[in-house]
Design a protein around this ligand. Structure first.
Ligand code: MRU
Length: 333
């Protein structure tokens, strides 16, 4: 058995982009088709597709779609860039598309396909590097969804978990449910169950109690943007988990391709944090769960300081004890 997902979150065929609608997983499996950059931008904003590498790949295809339709590519760039602010993979992918010397639609489609293929290769490499850090018989905790749904395939943190399980190193995965979008409950638990990897779902608020009981060796998460000093933005709740992990002697691993680094930002303080609508907190599946008129805050990401991370796993290798110096060393290789 191989631990690489059997479904496709992002597919390109018949000159169209096809996205598995992640808003309704795991109970409904619906694929939506897209013909323009504006529609792809809406899909990214609405969370049809989500996860840093996946939105970069979708944006690249979205840009190519406007080229195929003969639309203004500067406009395509702008609408896609305005879809979500935190994951730098989106901007990296758009830059790569716009920087091509040829704007021939077929060249752009080929480039988007190449970005997609490279992401899968990066995930598989990270899987091997990350798995090597995990000792046999371990239990690990993960947050949000970083699997095949969030990437070109295999996954970042979930890719490490898949690879570690395949190597016989993992006994148990705990998945935090990840309020308010419940990516852990709806997506990560589903992906792991598809692969028959033992998973137990955990309410976000139960992590401290679970960590205190012992037996978990790593918290393994992905990233949306990593600054030059190793500070890491990831799904809201990641910072809390890192603080708890430190308190309980559990190590923290961030798995992210080099496309998630933003070396133009000196520290995590400069990372833009997306604020999403309050009704994502006050409502669940369209039903109110708070008093009518109740206000809420909904930051979608937080920043974990580099000093609280034990290892960043990339496709180029490991950054142990992340800092400005160790990040620079990886990029100098
Ligand atoms: O809001 P989302 O679901 O796009 O957030 C996703 C995350 O925070 C992931 O942890 C991150 O993108 C890494 S995914 C490989």
């Amino acid at each position: 058995m191989t631990y690489t997902a059997s479904f496709h979150a992002i597919e390109w065929h018949n000159q169209q982009l096809h996205l598995l609608d992640q808003r309704h997983l795991p109970h409904q499996h619906q694929t939506l088709s897209y013909n323009s950059a504006a529609a792809v931008a809406d899909a990214i904003r609405a969370m049809v597709v989500r996860g840093a590498p996946a939105i970069g790949i979708a944006a690249a295809y979205g840009y190519a779609l406007d080229a195929l339709a003969g639309r203004d590519l500067q406009h395509a760039y702008r609408v896609l860039a305005e879809s979500r602010p935190t994951a730098v993979n989106l901007f990296w992918a758009l830059e790569r598309m716009a920087a091509l010397s040829s704007q021939d639609p077929h060249v752009l489609v080929a480039e988007a396909r190449q970005i997609h293929a490279e992401d899968i290769q990066a995930n598989l490499a990270m899987g091997q590097f990350g798995a090597a850090l995990i000792s046999e018989g371990s239990a690990v905790y993960t947050h949000c969804n970083t699997g095949a749904l969030a990437t070109g395939g295999h996954g970042t943190a979930l890719g490490v978990i898949r690879s570690a399980y395949q190597d016989g190193r993992l006994q148990q995965v705990y998945a935090g449910e990840t309020r308010p979008w419940l990516q852990g409950a709806r997506l990560t638990a589903w992906e792991l169950m598809q692969d028959k990897i033992p998973v137990k779902l955990v309410c976000d608020g139960a992590a401290a109690q679970l960590f205190r009981q012992g037996g978990i060796s790593w918290v393994i998460v992905g990233a949306d943007r990593i600054a030059a000093n190793g500070d890491t933005a990831n799904k809201i709740g990641t910072y809390s988990l890192a603080v708890l992990a430190r308190q309980h002697g559990i190590k923290v691993m961030v798995a992210a391709p080099t496309t998630t680094f933003d070396l133009t930002l000196s520290s995590g303080a400069d990372i833009p944090i997306e604020q999403r609508p309050a009704d994502e907190v006050t409502h669940l599946n369209g039903q109110p769960i708070a008093p009518a008129g109740c206000d809420a805050i909904n930051p979608s990401f937080d920043v974990t300081p580099a000093g609280m991370i034990d290892a960043i796993v990339t496709e180029k290798g490991l950054i142990l004890e992340p800092s400005r110096e160790t990040v620079a060393m990886l990029f100098a290789r």
